[in-house]
Structures are given as structure tokens and as C-alpha cells.
Design a protein around this ligand. Sequence first.
Ligand code: BDR
Ligand code: CA
Length: 339
Amino acid sequence: PQKIILDVDTGIDDSLAILYLLASDDAEIIGIAATAGNVDGAQVAANTLAMLDLGRAPEIEVALGAAAPLAVPLRTTEDTHGPQGLGYAELPVSARTLSSRSAAELWVDLVRAHPGEVTGLCTGPLTNLALALRIEPELPRLLNRLVIMGGAFNHPGNTTPTNEWNIHVDPEAAKEVFDAFSAAPQDRRPLVCALDITESIEMLPDHLAALAQAAHSAPIEQVGAGDPPEFRSAASNPIIRYLTDAVRFYFDFHYQYDLGYLAHMHDPFAAAVALDPASATTRPATVDVELAGTITRATTVADWAGMWGREPNADIVIGTNPAAFFERLVTRVGALARR
Ligand code: BDR
Ligand code: CA
């Protein structure tokens, strides 16, 4: 299995990414860095530990990151992910404890311990990784691969007209990370899953129903014919019950913003790409982050044509097969829920 360091701001879709990796025999999570983002760092850490319990994971080191982004105050988004970050779900507080090292130390120590072997997967703001790069500038060459969920290139943002959330929260960190890969060899370039692709990964109530079925759990039922549709699960299966309560909030959120009764699976998609890069088509580009703009600060810009005269520092995902992604998600997480 692939050794993975996960850097998350757990969050509804982050929590699904965690479950997806725990459900995947081809993944071995060797450590998790918790970053402040969707909710504050302590809540992210608590959510992450609770997800490890839910997924009946073995001992996995979880390290807490910086409380705030590199240069700006923390902004969180409870309206997107719920008061505690997990939608309508409330999970028992975990008895697991946090690591004594910081998230940045975790990155550096684990990558140095397994040079060339570790895939880094970032599904939150890039604060921890930027701090880790300050300690160990060789990380781009020591990692096997980095996969980032973040950015918006040919498409409007989800936070400002041009900003994607993860980059918006800590643009200085994002710039430091992309800059650090400017001289990276081609096979070490980060794979970037931006909104342009992740918003095509639409989870629907039918996918939840398929998950319940794959888990041999009680079905998810629509209650009434309201608008938006209301549904609940009588499932005693803890994973299916959790998913119903968490994702239902995410559906409601997307619905509220006229995106349909669906939920974008940004972070689980990035996890799937990390495990199977061949499932995505990519295009090289030089990525930079605007830090100075008065209305465009934190915008990610991709130079696809070498106009800046700089080598590509990223491979941006431009195509995939969403149906194949959901089939895998349902099979794997369904099987995890059955265990
Ligand atoms: C990203 O923002 C967060 O709210 C999600 O968890 C995802 O990582 C999408 O812009
Ligand atoms: Ca996230």
C-alpha cells in the first residue's frame, strides 16, 4: 500500500476522504496533520480522531497544526460544514490522543523517514505544509507525490468570485508551497484538484442509498415530498448513519446556493487521485497565487502556455470519470461499513 500523509481541515468532505482511505487496501495512512480551516484547529483535530474511531482505524498519529494561517487571521466556515464541521452528525468524543509533535514536524519527520515513498494529500489550507517546507526545503524531492485539493483556474471561486476556500484561508502558505515546487522534476510535480474538476464530482442522494445498500444497512428514506427533499436513515450501522447526517447538511448547503440537491466531493476525489493518478487526466502548468490584488487576492493563476517563462510546477487535473469514482467510493466505504 501507498504511504500517505493526510493534511486535513475535517470538514464533511474531508471526513469522507478519511473514510475512503481507511477503506482502501492500497492506502496506509502513516500520519495525519490537522489544519485550521473549515473549523478551528482543535475542532478539526477532535473531528479527525472521531473519524478514526468511526472507521475503526488502527493507531494513527494525528498532529495539530498552527492555530492560524501564516499571515492573516483564521476564517472558518460553519455555514458550509455545520457547527462542529460534521454537518448534522454528532460523534462521540474520541479517547485517542494527539501527537506531541506539531503538524509541520510530523510532515518532516515522516517524509525523512521514508524518502521517496510518501504521498502527501492536502485537503485543507496549506499552512502546515508551508511550515514544514521552511524546516525541510528538500520535501519536494523527498516526497513521492503531493496531491492538493485547492484552487480555481478557469472557473469562478466558491469563496470570492475567484477564490477557492483552501487557498483563500491561507494564500501565503499556498504561494510558498507552489513556489517550493518550481524546480521539482516532472514526476514530482503536485497533482492539483481544483474546483474546475471537483465540482464535477456531484454526490446525490442515490449515491447515499447505494452506500447503504453496499453496507447491507437499512435504506435511506425520503420523508415527504418537501423542497428540498428531506431524508433520513434508520440505519443502525454507525458509518451509514454518520454519512446520512453529515452529507444531508452538505446537500442542504449546496441546495441553498442553487447548486442543486447534491454535494461536491472535493476532498474524497483528491484522495482517489492520490491512490490512482491514472484515473485523472492532467495538464502541466505554472501555478502562482496572487497575494497583492485588491479584489483578486488569493486567486490561483495557471500559466498553461509558458508565458511567464517558468517551468511548470503543477499538473492540474482536467478530466476524470465521476461515475467510476463513485463506484469505487460506494464499494470501498460500503465494505468498510460492513466490517
Ligand atoms: C474545499 O473547501 C473546504 O470547505 C472543503 O473541505 C474542500 O477542501 C473546497 O473548496
Ligand atoms: Ca477540506
